[in-house]
Structure formats: structure tokens, C-alpha cells
Design a protein around this ligand. Structure first.
Ligand code: FA5
Length: 347
């Protein structure tokens, strides 16, 4: 090999073996094999040699070109491999060494958000009801008199309207007093047979105390089918309470009056705050009213466009706040809305 080619080879090999980036390799490619590259110039200069020298040096120069191209290519592969290894090293994580996550209710007090205990109960109930084939319905909180009262058999001057006084807007709408307002909306929207639950916020013009709020939550439940009886109603409510409390709960059923059911009942559960002994929550009675219910009145079925000789219904209206109070032994309903995070973080 000529002295020129030999020194070019040494120099190129030295330069190529210390490159660490693709950019440096590209610069070397241009430096040796580019239009005016060092090796290209050597090849161009072959034409000035004698035929014998040209044959010998040309062969050597071409062999050197192949050798350096191979070296450049293998170096490029190594640089690429090192680049991806570095990414893999940096981004590698072992999921088995990530610390376990505590259930949200065990988290220490932080600024992170927290599911409200009423929402926890609502989700639990929705799971129980959807597993029994119920659909979840929604209705407006600013409601018409028709869906909140009129369609539910409260005539304009019905004294029962006084049991649920509310806040009226100027345009003959009102803040709904109960989720029963969704009953006739559901009948109009779905065709029987149907099973629906309608959770949501309701409002009443109410004197506030340990068990009464002006803004609280209910969940309506309604089944419309042929030959529905009180037995269906009681079975559904027993399943519901067993699902929530995961144990047998002392309940009592007594007659209750609501214009939109006939017959109507009040299902009370034994007060879990005082264990039935009497306290401000149960007004010293030992019982808390959580689940009024009954068979849907024929006039309500008619208002929903259904023929009461063909279809019957059972309905209940669960007081969510009070149920949560019983479940967690919360002694005052006002805790739910007083924005005290120390209270909320216990759940
Ligand atoms: C009703 O609202 C009826 N719509 C329930 C119903 C539905 C009956 C379907 C028959 C068939 P009541 O006014 O009793 O009923 O309220 C239902 C539940 O809401 C009560 O049992 C209680 O748990 C809760 N509740 C009522 N008023 C308040 C209040 N001011 N604060 C907190 N919870 C309340």
C-alpha cells in the first residue's frame, strides 16, 4: 500500500473508532467519501498514474474504501445501539418495585381530591341496582310543577304539597323536592316493562337540624311491569339494604301517606348512631326513616301514558344522606355540606 493510502487508513481508523454520535460519523463520511473527500481525491488522482501503478494503487484504494465503509457502518450500528440502550436504561422501570397504593380512604390528609361519602354510597347503590337490571335515569333539578307535583297526583290545592315546600323560580319552575319527579319522565321516555333508579339532588324549604337539610340527595327506584305487588317491593328493598350494610339490618314497615302511591309505606331502620336507644338523629325514637315506598298510584301511571289495567308499578325514594349517616354513624347531617375536609377525609 502506498504511503499516502497507509497514512490515510491509519488516520481514518483512528477517527472512526472514537466517534460517539451519528453526527460525527456523518461528518467523517463526508470527509473521506464525499465529493471532495480525502479518499475520493485519491481515487480521482489515479488517472495521473502510469497504467501499472494505477492498477495496483486503484485496487488498494478500492479495498481501503470498502474497509473504511464497513468500519463506518459497524461504528454506526454501535452508536445507534448505545443510543437506544441509553434510552432503555433511562426509561426502564420495574413495576414490581413501585410501592403499593393505599385505598383512597387510608390516604393521609393531602390536597388531592376525595370522593364524597354521598357519592361513594350513590356508586355503591348504582352497582347493586344495575346488577339487578335497573337503568340509571336523570332529571332536571329545576323542574316543572307538573313532573314534581301535578303528574304525581298532587292536585293544585292538595294539602300534601305543604309536606314538601320548596323554592320557586319566577317562571313557574321550582327546585324539585324529590327524585319522584323522574317517575313520569321515565314512563314517557321508556316503555314498560322497566326498572329504573334516579339518583340526584333535591331541595326543600326546611328548618335545618341534625337530620334535615335544605339540599340533600335521594335515589328514586321504580319498577313497572304486569302484576307487580308489595312482595316485589319488599324483596327489592331487602336486597338493597343487605347489599349496603352487608349484614342484617333491623327494619320496620309502617303505613305512610304519599299521593302518588297506594298503598304507601315508610320503611325505617334502627338508628345506628344510638343503637335504637334514642338520640337527636332519630328524635329519640330509636328509628330513622330512610325508605318510603309504595305501589304506584293508577293516576300516576295514566299521567305517564300507561294503562293501569295493564301495568302496575312499585316505587321507593331512598334518602341518601340519612343512609350514609346510618352506614358511617354520622351524628349530624350538616357535616356533608360544611366543606370541612377533616370530615371528608375519614371516608
Ligand atoms: C319523598 O320524598 C317521596 N318522594 C319518597 C317516595 C318515593 C315515596 C316513591 C313513595 C314512593 P320523603 O319526603 O319522606 O318522601 O323523603 C324521602 C327520604 O328523603 C326520607 O326518608 C329521608 O331519608 C330523606 N329526607 C326527606 N327530607 C329530608 C331533609 N330535609 N333532609 C335530609 N333528608 C331528607
Amino acid at each position: 500500500m502506498s504511503i499516502d493510502l497507509k497514512s490515510l487508513r491509519d488516520e481514518a481508523i483512528r477517527a472512526m473508532t472514537v466517534t460517539n454520535t451519528e453526527e460525527e460519523l456523518e461528518n467523517l463520511r463526508v470527509e473521506y467519501f464525499g465529493k471532495k473527500g480525502k479518499l475520493t481525491n485519491q481515487l480521482k488522482a489515479l488517472k495521473d498514474l502510469t497504467p501499472d501503478e494505477r492498477a495496483r494503487t486503484g485496487k488498494e484504494a478500492n479495498e481501503l474504501k470498502a474497509e473504511l465503509e464497513n468500519l463506518l457502518e459497524s461504528r454506526r450500528r454501535k452508536v445507534k445501539e448505545a443510543y437506544f440502550n441509553e434510552i432503555a436504561r433511562k426509561e426502564h422501570y420495574d413495576p414490581t418495585v413501585i410501592p403499593g397504593k393505599f385505598p383512597q380512604s387510608y390516604l393521609p390528609h393531602t390536597d388531592a381530591g376525595h370522593i364524597h361519602p354521598i357519592s361513594i354510597m350513590q356508586q355503591k347503590l348504582e352497582n347493586i341496582f344495575t346488577s339487578m337490571g335497573f337503568s340509571i335515569m336523570d332529571g332536571p333539578q329545576v323542574e316543572t310543577d307538573f313532573f314534581n307535583f301535578g303528574a304525581l297526583n298532587f292536585t293544585d290545592d292538595h294539602p300534601a304539597r305543604e309536606m314538601q315546600d320548596t323554592f320557586y323560580t319566577g317562571d313557574s319552575h321550582l327546585l324539585r323536592t324529590h327524585t319522584s319527579a323522574v317517575q313520569v319522565r321515565s314512563m314517557q321516555k321508556l316503555r314498560p316493562p322497566m326498572r329504573v333508579v334516579a339518583p340526584g339532588r333535591v331541595f326543600r324549604y326546611e328548618e335545618i337540624d341534625a337530620s334535615h337539610e335544605h339540599t340533600f340527595y335521594q335515589m328514586e327506584g321504580m319498577i313497572i311491569d304486569r302484576e307487580i305487588s308489595t312482595a316485589n317491593l319488599i324483596h327489592t328493598m331487602k336486597t338493597l339494604l343487605a347489599g349496603i350494610f352487608e349484614k342484617e339490618v333491623e327494619v320496620r314497615l309502617r303505613p305512610g301517606y304519599f299521593p302518588f302511591v297506594e298503598p304507601g309505606f315508610e320503611l325505617d331502620m334502627q338508628c345506628s348512631i344510638c343503637g335504637g336507644k334514642g338520640c337527636p338523629v332519630c328524635k329519640n325514637s330509636g328509628w330513622v326513616e330512610v325508605l318510603p315506598c309504595g305501589l304506584v298510584h293508577p293516576n300516576v301511571l295514566k299521567a305517564g301514558g300507561l294503562d293501569p289495567t295493564q301495568w302496575q308499578g312499585a316505587a321507593f325514594g331512598l334518602g341518601l344522606n340519612r343512609l350514609v349517616m346510618m352506614h358511617y354513624a354520622i351524628e349530624d347531617i350538616r357535616h356533608f355540606q360544611n366543606l370541612n375536609t377533616d370530615f371528608l377525609f375519614q371516608f
